[in-house]
Design a protein around this ligand. Structure first.
Ligand code: ZN
Length: 230
């Protein structure tokens, strides 16, 4: 059952009278390629930890990433499926940050020139259709995975599986349309519609764990027609 905006965000009615929640989603789709995005390592899920690694996906000095053509083909199909404009030129950059599952200190991602922009997806919501704008679709590599349980010393140590390092990801960023449905939030409707789109395109394995990961961007905007009071 769809919650009302008030129930969903848990704020007082007088606040909701002045402000409306503005919500956009960042959805990461793991692409079902045979090899990783910048090296020939297997992209198979479920193999023994750290069995699918090489100097490129470990980010060792002197290595040169080579873009997987199949990743671009799949991402282009995904872009067209969500009605985006695919650009002839896009650019990868190093996004520098340190995190325990990213020991090389940077992630290769698209920022200024993404693969595709300006699309939309129609979702079933509240007995009708709701159109959610898509800001952009860009490509990037995934980081490794921290493992916090299942080992003899898990209580005191964290372990890292580098098999996921270099997994090809499509990041799909929506416009902040999620909360502006006719009634309530249509976020679950968007998530429900997004995954089948990719499964129909045979980009993503339906049963694969964590094949679709969502990140929610939330802000509050003053409702139209409400004047500022200090
Ligand atoms: Zn590799």
């Amino acid at each position: 059952m769809v919650k009302s905006a008030q129930e969903a965000v848990g704020v007082a009615p007088e606040i909701l009278a002045k402000y409306e929640p503005v919500i956009g989603l960042e959805v990461h789709v793991q692409l079902l390629t045979k090899s990783k995005i910048f090296c020939a390592c297997s992209n198979r899920f479920g193999d023994a930890p750290n069995s699918n690694t090489c100097p490129i996906c470990l980010g060792l000095p002197g290595t040169l990433p080579i873009l997987n053509k199949r990743v671009v083909e799949m991402a282009t199909r995904a872009s067209l499926a969500i009605n985006c404009t695919v650009h002839e030129h896009s650019r990868f950059a190093r996004k520098n940050y340190f995190y325990p599952d990213l020991p090389k200190g940077y992630q290769i991602s698209q920022y200024e020139l993404p693969l595709a922009t300006g699309g939309w997806i129609d979702v079933d919501h509240d007995g009708g259709k709701k159109r959610i704008g898509i800001t952009r679709l860009h490509l990037e590599e995934d980081a490794a995975k921290n493992l916090h349980e299942g080992f003899a010393e898990s209580a005191t140590k964290a372990y890292i599986d580098y098999n996921r390092c270099g997994t090809p990801l499509c990041e799909i960023v929506s416009e902040p349309d999620i909360a502006r449905a006719r009634r309530g939030l249509c976020l679950p409707d968007y998530a429900a519609a997004d995954s089948p789109v990719h499964r129909r395109q045979r980009l993503q394995h339906g049963r694969r764990i964590a094949a679709l990961r969502c990140q929610c961007e939330r802000k509050a905007a003053r409702r139209a027609g409400i004047r500022h009071q200090s």
